[in-house]
Design a protein around this ligand. Structure first.
Ligand SMILES: [Zn+2]
Length: 136
């Protein structure tokens, strides 16, 4: 389970002016879908403990995103429509690759694991290509 506190990373108070109603609604939906994904993943992989799959990067206001090495300039993290889930061994990334139907059912798109070593990036809106698994 990821929580609101984990997702906003304290930026809801530090960047309050950017934490608009729209951002909050997007974030709620992102958190809801990430938790649906983690539920399915952990049910299928009971030996994995939920503590391993926290938030590596949640909402990133534009100023934070710009200062993040490697972050895409139009990253969905800016609009709170994306989440990086901690995935040190790549187990979640691998499982998602093998279960597109789960991503489809929940409404998530995954960044290709080749670009996300150590975390799993999912977003609640499709990339321009429309591909379920996409390159940044
Ligand atoms: Zn990301």
């Amino acid at each position: 389970m990821i929580t609101e506190t984990m997702y906003w990373m304290g930026r809801d108070s530090k960047y309050r002016a950017w934490w608009t109603e729209e951002i909050q609604e997007n974030g709620h939906e992102t958190i809801r879908r990430v938790n649906l994904l983690l539920d399915k993943f952990l049910a299928a992989n009971p030996s994995d403990t939920e503590e391993e799959y926290g938030v590596a990067s949640g909402w990133r206001p534009a100023a934070v995103n710009q200062a993040t090495p490697g972050a895409a300039s139009k990253s969905k993290h800016i609009s709170a429509q994306a989440c990086d889930i901690k995935d040190p061994e790549g187990a979640l990334d691998d499982w998602c690759l093998e279960h597109h139907e789960v991503l489809e059912e929940i409404g998530l798109w995954q960044e290709s694991p080749t670009a996300t070593k150590g975390w799993c990036h999912v977003q609640i809106v499709p990339p321009r290509s429309g591909r379920r698994v996409f390159l940044p």
